[in-house]
Design a protein around this ligand. Sequence first.
Ligand code: PEP
Ligand code: MG
Length: 324
Amino acid sequence: QKAEWAKLKDEPSVTADQKHVELVANIGTPDDVDGVLRNGGEGVGLYRTEFLYMGKSSLPTEDEQYDAYKEVLEGVGSDKPVVVRTLDIGGDKELDYLDLPKELNPFLGFRAIRFCLERDDIFRTQLRALLRASVHGNLKIMFPMVATISEFKQAKAILLEEKENLKQEGIEVSENIEVGIMVEIPSTAVIAKQFAKEVDFFSIGTNDLIQYTMAADRMNEKVSYLYQPYHPAILNLVNNVIEAAHAEGKWAGMCGEMAGDPVAIPILLGLGLDEFSMSATSILPARSQLLKLSKDEIASHKDEILSKSTAEEVVEFVKEITES
Ligand code: PEP
Ligand code: MG
């Protein structure tokens, strides 16, 4: 099986009925790029930038960040997309040196874009580093934990301000940077149609979307039985996001663990997901799996999949239609 996967390294990701999807990787540091290329990744769908801020005693400088972003963009290659997520601190990710107040519900608290909009000094430094690095590849910028249209508009306005500032300073910036959001809060998935008019793309963060939709802490084993990726509530939200994107001519990806799950892949393919971002080692198995799946066949059962009452029913039904 390993040898069969290796043969697919430089092949496109196509289904049995010749439909293309994009298989990209989640990374945390520039060192991870090697693994992406060795595993035939078509780019990076999620660069978690938190690691630049963690394990040290002060904030990373603009230049430090620029170097890391440039290294990733150049390493991946200028034709391949790199989706960089802006700082998603808070919740399970803490930064000692920021001395943030302890919260009763950190997952529902002051984190990610909420933090960045208040500490816009920190946010602007990251955005400047990204904008400067943008000339070295195919950069896309994505904001985490967006719950309202207003948050997105504020974040994008700050990005455009910093872009203008850099240009005034005579620094070159790419004019083709797509700006999108992670969809990981149910409210955002529900009004994806409205968001789709504003953003360039969506990337569905199922790790958080599942915990918020099912009200089940993703770290708490006592409620892990509720953490159900194939639950019809999750699939209906995912479908809503994909349909909303496509209605506006935008693309929808997924960067939560679910995107690399062999049980979920046929379902997501049938719902029309455009981009699957996963750990690098899952890419070749996924490419191999796609070769045997017919997207149109699964899509023709979409309404029935979305109408199931339980995750078990979904899984059983999808197994039937993909194995027949
Ligand atoms: C997610 O929530 O699905 C996601 C990809 O982000 P993280 O796991 O970093 O919260
Ligand atoms: Mg998340």
